[in-house]
Design a protein around this ligand. Structure first.
Ligand code: GRF
Length: 192
C-alpha cells in the first residue's frame, strides 16, 4: 500500500521511554502522518528516534505545574497541529477524564498483556511471575479507567516453560509491533 498524501490522518504519538512502538508506527506504511511526538521526559530515548526519523517532537514535563496546566499545554499543541488521533506508546502519565472526553474514541493505547488480565504498568512482569502459559498484547481505545477501554484487537504470545523474562519480553515486543499496525489498519479502515 502506498501512502496517499490526500488521505493521511494527522496523529500525535505520546511516549515516555524507549519509543520502539513509536518508531514502528513512524516507519510503517499506514496512511497517517505523525505531526508530533509528545514526550513527558526529556531523557526519553524516543526523542533520539524522533530526531533520526525527522518527526517533530515536544517535551512537555509534568513537574512544576498542575495536571490541568500540563494537559492544557498538550491540548494546545494538538489543536495547533490539527490532530485527529492520539496514539499512546509507553506513555506513563494518566490522562484526566476531561482530556479523554475531548478525544472520545480517538485515543488508542497498546498494553503488554491480554486485557482484562494484568492491567497496570507491569503487565509483562506480572504475567511472567503469575506463571501464565499464554499472555499477549492488546490495543484498545482509552477511557477514563486504567486499561479498561474497548478492545480493538489482541495478539497472543505463548510463554514456554524455559523462557526467561528477557525472552518473554522480546516476544511481547515483537507481537506489539505487529498488533499496533494491524489494529490501526482496522481503525483507519485501511483496505489491503
Ligand atoms: C510497551 O511494552 C507498551 O505495551 C507499553 O509500554 C511499552 C513501551 O515500549 N505500554 P516502547 O517505549 O514503545 O519501546
Amino acid at each position: 500500500m502506498k501512502k496517499d498524501l490526500q488521505s493521511m490522518v494527522n496523529v500525535a504519538v505520546f511516549a515516555s521511554g524507549s519509543g520502539s512502538n513509536f518508531e514502528n508506527i513512524a516507519t510503517s506504511d499506514l496512511p497517517l502522518s505523525i505531526k508530533v511526538l509528545i514526550v513527558d521526559n526529556k531523557d526519553a530515548k524516543a526523542i533520539e528516534r524522533a530526531k533520526r526519523l525527522n518527526v517533530p517532537y515536544e517535551i512537555v514535563e509534568r513537574s512544576g505545574k498542575t495536571k490541568e496546566e500540563f494537559e492544557a499545554e498538550i491540548l494546545n499543541i494538538l489543536k495547533d497541529k490539527n490532530i485527529e488521533y492520539i496514539l499512546l506508546a509507553g506513555f506513563m502519565k494518566i490522562l484526566s477524564a476531561e482530556f479523554i472526553d475531548r478525544y472520545d474514541r480517538k485515543i488508542i493505547n497498546i498494553h503488554p498483556s491480554l486485557l482484562p488480565s494484568f492491567k497496570g504498568k507491569n503487565g509483562i512482569l506480572d504475567a511472567y511471575n503469575y506463571g501464565v502459559k499464554v499472555s499477549g498484547v492488546t490495543v484498545h481505545y482509552v477511557d477514563s479507567g486504567i486499561d479498561t477501554g474497548e478492545i480493538i484487537d489482541q495478539e497472543p504470545v505463548v510463554l514456554r516453560d524455559d523462557d526467561t523474562l528477557e525472552i518473554f519480553e522480546e516476544n511481547i515486543h515483537k507481537a506489539e509491533y505487529k498488533l499496533y499496525i494491524r489494529a490501526l489498519k482496522k481503525v483507519l479502515e485501511v483496505k489491503e
